[in-house]
Design a binder for this molecule. Structure first.
Ligand SMILES: Cc1cc2nc3c(=O)[nH]c(=O)nc-3n(C[C@H](O)[C@H](O)[C@H](O)COP(=O)(O)OP(=O)(O)OC[C@H]3O[C@@H](n4cnc5c(N)ncnc54)[C@H](O)[C@@H]3O)c2cc1C
Length: 364
């Protein structure tokens, strides 16, 4: 397995990095300045863990999916899942993004001791992501809400390992769940496995940290309180009121590395959660593994979550959005490979051939 120099050449220099953070903090070579990753010195270590965990270095994604989600029926559009639900917390948590489902799944993890430590992402200024490890129910509210700037939260993996966490949980974006799976998939035989449960967020893209400067320029002196993406646009709430920011402006700040992403719904997670677009204050939940089902069932039986059947029309819309992202990602990946970037997916695999076939009939 290659190491840091290959990571630099294949990922950092080619701007495919998703800023998941999984390569950070293992060694002194790779560092970040805000959302920029740099290799500070030449690194000649072979078999770099940084390379092995990166979601933008080559992996047999189909094999990884089969290994960790062997039971759920496969689905080309949104990944393997048993069941989709419309879900919310009947008693919400302050600052929640949509239905508060993620915060209450995390509460269940802690109360039922399904995990001793959970990776969460909060923010001191409501915009800059601050990942942290938590074992305290009282800290869940610090992470409520979405930080749309990309967060290198997976750097906390090493802290979890150093703390000898046996039962770990991760709330993360699709790229972060990919890194989590690769960490175990490429684990050396002498390294003990970590018992992990993953709550994956839906994610179309995340933003570069320049967006923070943009907001400061647009709304000088105002304190950002939250950001939401309802159906009609991009809404920034400050201490002075609610501002609509044109999508065309926001799009300029999408991280380049997100262009290559083929996963909108965290297809490798045990349970995936996104907004329920058709009705404010609800989530979409996809159950992908027995662990995910157990977590969901416990949350419901404790009364933390309520659910309804998922409307067929909304499922079709979700699948269309997901396949659209895959097609854009596949064409960006093809362009990158054509200009010499080393492939991180096998574009001729059965998985992606099926995506293209399906999209021909589905995507406008
Ligand atoms: C960058 C980004 C893009 C997203 N894009 C979409 C999308 O296109 N479509 C869609 O349906 N949903 C998207 N989501 C998910 C959505 O914003 C909500 O997180 C999800 O619906 C859960 O809502 P909730 O009320 O249950 O979350 P809450 O109960 O409020 O919990 C939010 C959780 O998100 C975690 N979190 C916050 N920011 C980050 C971050 N930057 N990185 C990792 N974890 C974080 C926190 O740890 C917290 O546990 C996106 C989220 C992010 C962070």
């Amino acid at each position: 397995m290659p190491g840091g120099m290959e990571l630099k050449n294949e990922v950092l220099a080619s701007s495919t990095c998703a800023l998941c953070g999984a390569c950070l903090d293992w060694c002194p070579y790779i560092a970040n300045i805000e959302d920029h990753l740099v290799l500070r010195f030449d690194c000649n270590v072979p078999d770099g863990r940084c390379y092995a965990v990166c979601p933008r270095t080559f992996a047999d994604w189909q094999a990884i999916s089969k290994k960790y989600l062997p039971d759920a029926p496969e689905n080309i559009e949104i990944g393997p899942y048993f069941k989709a639900y419309k879900v919310k917390a009947p008693i919400g948590i302050e600052g929640q993004q949509d239905g508060g489902t993620v915060s209450h799944l995390v509460k269940t993890l802690m109360e039922d001791q399904l995990a001793e430590t959970v990776l969460l992402t909060g923010s001191d200024d409501h915009i800059t992501p601050e990942p942290f490890l938590s074992s305290e129910i009282s800290e869940i509210k610090k992470a409520a809400g979405s930080r749309f700037l990309a967060s290198p939260g997976m750097r906390k993996l090493i802290e979890a390992q150093a703390r000898n966490v046996k039962k770990f949980a991760v709330v993360g974006r699709p790229c972060q769940i990919q890194a989590l799976r690769k960490l175990d998939y490429n684990r050396k035989p002498d390294t003990p496995a970590m018992d992990v449960i993953s709550i994956g967020l839906f994610c179309m893209w995340s933003l570069g940290w320049d967006f923070k400067n943009y907001l400061q320029r647009e709304f000088p002196g105002e304190e950002i309180l939250s950001i939401a993406i309802p159906q009609h646009g991009f809404e920034v709430t400050t201490d002075k009121g609610i501002h609509e920011v044109p999508f065309e402006e926001v799009k300029k700040f999408i991280r380049k590395g997100c262009d290559y992403c083929l996963d909108m719904t965290s297809e490798l997670a045990d349970i995936s959660v996104g907004a329920f677009e058709a009705e404010k204050g609800w989530n979409t939940v996809l159950i992908r593994s027995k662990k995910g089902q157990e977590l969901f069932d416990k949350s419901v039986s404790r009364g933390f979550l309520i659910f309804e059947e998922y409307p067929e029309a909304e499922l079709e819309r979700l699948k269309g959005a997901s396949i659209g992202k895959k097609m854009r990602g596949l064409s960006a990946a093809q362009e990158a490979f054509d200009r010499g970037v080393k492939p991180f997916v096998d574009l001729n695999s059965e998985m992606y051939t099926n995506v293209k076939k399906l999209a021909e009939g589905k995507v406008e």
